[in-house]
Design a protein around this ligand. Structure first.
Ligand SMILES: [Zn+2]
Length: 322
């Protein structure tokens, strides 16, 4: 995690063949698409949160989902507000610090961390908090989780959208354990995988008012995302747009690069009148240059514009050919 928070002056934008606002006016009113498409700050890792705001503005996303994790800037309302102003990019969602690698971020009490995530979303004007089901070993948090989520929603405006996860080894969570994931692959599958989550990695087994559907986690879990969306029903409030090939580890590929029915899922959302946000949550750690990273973020946005906002397919640009 040594790169988090590093200084980052890499410029993007002219390289990706897109300029802010060049996506036109896909929506019915005021040029705003009905389904806003955001960029997760995790999508630019190992670059930092400010880099995500810059990519989002230069490539033409509608907003940003803030991943709260080890980078100090991601934990500071004032710093994030300064980025939102500087790049004219609203924060549309906050991802609670519930990754294994975030266990000490904002203290060690997961109950307080979820509460603080909601307060942060309120302060930033974000409509949604994304949270994972509790880990099995977080007994007290797990026991009170459904009640806490319900009360936070009841007493505020922010939607708390519980995300579908996958059975996994505790050492292969997002951003960690690539070596062990490769070992698992060589072994031919997640043979020793267990669920690290209390009760279930599928939040519809417990039942919440609002859900986040993640198209990389469905791949890893071997879950049919269309069926999962059906179980979530109108509670489906937030989409993590990504893809996966069903590997033993969580891949977060550019949508269209894996085997998930991303096109069909987007079409189903549009048909159902989905009014939540879609957020690109892709892994660009293997991008060799900022230009490569920008191209991946650009392809993801083009996919969303086409399949969620009814825009014509984007002509391939030089940097799209990766
Ligand atoms: Zn996700």
């Amino acid at each position: 995690m040594g790169n988090i928070g590093q200084a980052d002056d890499t410029r993007v934008g002219s390289a990706v063949g897109a300029e802010p606002g060049s996506h036109g006016e896909p929506g019915a009113d005021a040029g705003r698409p009905q389904i806003l498409v955001g960029l997760s700050t995790a999508s630019v890792y190992p670059q930092n949160a400010e880099a995500a705001f810059r990519y989002a503005a230069e490539i033409g996303y509608d907003g940003v989902e803030l991943m709260v994790w080890a980078e100090p800037a991601s934990q500071s309302i004032a710093t994030v507000q300064s980025y939102a102003r500087k790049y004219s990019m609203p924060v549309i969602a906050v991802h609670a610090p519930c990754l294994l690698i975030s266990q000490r971020v904002w203290g060690s009490d997961p109950v307080a961390k979820l509460e603080r995530s909601v307060r942060t979303a309120e302060a930033l004007g974000a409509s949604t908090v994304v949270v994972h089901p509790p880990f099995r070993w977080q007994r007290r948090y797990a026991e009170g989780f459904a009640n806490q989520v319900g009360e936070l929603e009841e007493h505020g405006q922010v939607i708390v959208a519980v995300e579908n996860m996958f059975p996994m080894r505790a050492d292969t969570l997002f951003g960690r354990g690539e070596g062990s994931a490769k070992r698992l692959e060589r072994r031919g599958g997640p043979g020793l995988a267990v669920t690290a989550f209390s009760q279930s990695y599928d939040p519809t087994d417990i039942g919440f008012r609002h859900y986040t559907l993640d198209l990389s986690h469905t791949a890893t879990a071997g879950t049919d995302p269309l069926a999962l969306a059906g179980r979530m029903g109108h509670g489906l409030a937030h989409l993590h747009l990504a893809d996966g090939r069903g590997a033993a580890h969580d891949e977060h590929l550019v949508p269209g690069d894996g085997t998930q029915p991303c096109v069909e899922l987007c079409a189903a959302l549009v048909r159902s009148g989905f009014s939540g946000h879609a957020v690109a949550e892709i892994n660009t750690q293997n991008a060799r240059t900022a230009q490569d990273r920008a191209a991946m973020l650009h392809r993801t946005l083009a996919f969303a514009r086409q399949h969620l906002n009814g825009m014509p397919a984007a002509a391939p640009t030089r940097t799209d050919r990766m």
